[in-house]
Design a protein around this ligand. Structure first.
Ligand SMILES: *Cc1c(COP(=O)(O)O)cnc(C)c1O
Length: 393
């Protein structure tokens, strides 16, 4: 019998341990035992994609012109829709020709960007806690990840002055994300201004991941990076239709901003993928053209959920703040209880799935994350189960 032994590449072996594996296993066991799981673990909207978007793709799939390879950087009409949306939403001007690039979801952009900018050994800054793909993308490009902690006392914004000057000078790229996953913190204009100044002084390219700008509460719209003077000169912003329009399965997003950065990213992409199915881009145009009142309906639903879950947790003694944006609650664990222990206890005693904070980096230890992607009744049920099981902060 013939046989080869498959040795995975070092870059795969170097991936950090998958911290969610243990919880996944426990979740599967609970499902097999027939337990009624309440899943507050995944950041995936439970509501359907709005009807006008579905109607648009139905028509588009029947058009044979969309059956061929799409253009690499996105249909001109899609890029124009992105540019118009940015003008409307952020009062930012983007040239659809050179300052907009389609992405197969923003995760794809995060993963590929280091390949476009980073040489082996180069330093990439990112926050801890943070979206794990910043680190894996950097690793795949041979770069060195350096994390900057997000602390509650700083409003979960990185303290740029605390980054050692030699690290700042060595860095080539800095991933930042507001509204933030997992802390649900938002950035203000002053922070973005100091970030742009930091980038300029240290010659660091900023990649602002803006997946959650449209999920906000109390009518307080978060500021976008591209709204701030100088942003386009120092970096790009990644956006996604996934969270805003309940389209995580569709895989459509875009990068905007600095044309040289986008040209480099486009070069990597044109060698690895062939763009987004044009019918999906048509649906994306329909989404971006939607009246804002439709998003108000979605935001109202998240707000009801937030106003159920977070005060309920506070009543149980947890020191958790109301999120200003995004659909997460970032919850400190009780004294002396680690993130993993807390997650395991919740699953065992209440069949509630949550995400341990340390899965987002070392600085996430001591927190768990719950999502607002289930209905109010289920959140009430979750709170009831916690109370009954005597789980408190
Ligand atoms: C969900 C998420 C993404 C990825 O979104 P897609 O566009 O679906 O790939 C990127 N960044 C953050 C912080 C996210 O939470």
């Amino acid at each position: 019998m013939k046989n080869i032994s498959v040795q995975q590449a070092d870059r795969i072996k170097k991936l950090p341990p998958y911290l969610f594996a243990a919880i996944d296993k426990m979740k599967q066991e609970a499902i097999l035992e027939g337990k009624d799981i309440i899943n507050l673990g995944v950041g995936d909207p439970d509501m359907p994609t709005p009807a006008p978007i579905i109607e648009r793709i139905k028509k588009a799939v029947e058009d044979p012109r969309h059956h061929q390879y799409p253009s690499y950087n996105g249909m001109p009409s899609f890029r124009q829709a992105v540019s118009a949306w940015y003008r409307r939403r952020f009062d930012a001007t983007l040239d659809p020709e050179t300052e907009v690039l389609s992405l197969i979801g923003s995760k794809e952009g995060v993963g590929h960007l280091p390949l476009a900018l980073i040489n082996p050994g180069d330093t990439v800054l990112m926050t801890s806690p943070g979206y794990p793909v910043y680190q894996s993308g950097t690793l795949f490009a041979g770069g060195k990840s350096v994390t900057v902690p997000l602390k509650k006392e700083n409003g979960f914004l990185p303290d740029l002055d605390a980054i050692p000057p030699d690290v700042a000078k060595a860095a080539k790229l800095f991933f930042v994300n507001y509204p933030n996953n997992p802390t649900a913190a938002t950035a203000d204009k002053a922070f973005f201004e100091s970030l742009i100044d930091f980038a300029d002084r240290n010659q660091v390219i900023i990649c602002h991941d803006a997946a959650y700008t449209e999920i906000y509460y109390d009518g307080l719209r978060p500021i976008g990076f591209m709204e701030v003077d100088g942003a386009k000169e120092v970096g790009i912003e990644l956006h996604s239709l996934s969270k805003t329009y309940n389209m995580t399965g569709w895989r459509v997003g875009f990068a905007v901003g600095n044309r040289d950065v986008l040209a480099a990213l486009g070069k990597i992409k044109s060698n690895l993928d062939s763009g987004i199915f044009q019918a999906v881009q048509e649906a994306g145009i329909a989404a971006l053209d939607l009246d804002d009142s439709l998003l108000d309906v979605i935001r109202k639903i998240y707000q009801e959920r937030r106003d159920t879950l977070v005060p309920g947790l506070q009543k149980l003694g947890f020191q958790v703040d109301l999120p200003a944006a995004a659909f997460y609650a970032w919850i400190p664990t009780p004294k002396g209880v680690s993130s993993s222990e807390m997650t395991a206890t919740l699953l065992k005693k209440t069949a509630i799935v949550t995400t341990p904070g340390n899965g987002f980096g070392d600085a996430g230890e001591g927190y768990i994350r719950m999502t607002l992607t289930v209905g109010v009744e289920r959140l009430e049920e979750a709170l009831y189960r916690m109370e009954k099981a005597d789980i408190c902060g």
